[in-house]
Ligand binder design. Sequence first.
Ligand code: PGA
Length: 247
Amino acid sequence: MRKLAAGNWKMNGTAASLAEVQALIAAHPAPGCEMLLCPPATLIAQANWAARGSILALGGQDCHAKASGAHTGDLSAAMLKDAGAAYVILGHSERRADHGETDALVHAKAEAAVAAGLVPVVCVGETEAQRDAGETLAVIGAQLDGSVPAASTAATLVLAYEPVWAIGTGRTPTLEQIAEVHAFLRDRLTARIGAEAAGVRLLYGGSVKPSNATEIFAVPHVDGALVGGASLKAADFGAIVAALSAA
Ligand code: PGA
């Protein structure tokens, strides 16, 4: 399994940020893991051009469940693919919270992504209140069952565990907590899609940074990271890429 370092720029970045893409590629021309950046959709085509000839993959942060039509302001998976994307993040907790995205909608989007030739990076994660109530595994198990298409394979799915309370807060779960959830996700995914689950990359996301990446990547069933804030700077994301390459 080729591990995956994925960056999520969220609603950050303009054409000037392409310098970070170039710096990342220059510093890591041949990393020992797959490298993915998901900039705002406005930058995918330019970032793809900047990354031409390199191993850096581009991705979107969301797509519509329909292939085309009267959906003002939305983007289809095929449009992202056309702009140069190979992946699309789906069901991020910020989409679930800000836009009321349900598991059923994320499931429909994931099917649309695969149909268009994109690999969905499906996100699941509990809130702090849910963790405190002892509901973590029940919540993420239900999100997985509802969001992941049953026909998914190792080539058509990446799954990201992102505890909501760890996103952008500087707080991370203990390594034991990450280990518990990732082992659970592997089992639950096996129940849902069968033996293919063994090859699906399980990413951890939530305040991953150069200083904690190495210890997180040593946790069993952590096959990479989904990185927000620390992906905005080539030096920080590059350090995480290096840590994953060495894991
Ligand atoms: P963070 O975000 O790394 O800034 O915590 C992670 C994410 O939301 O994917």
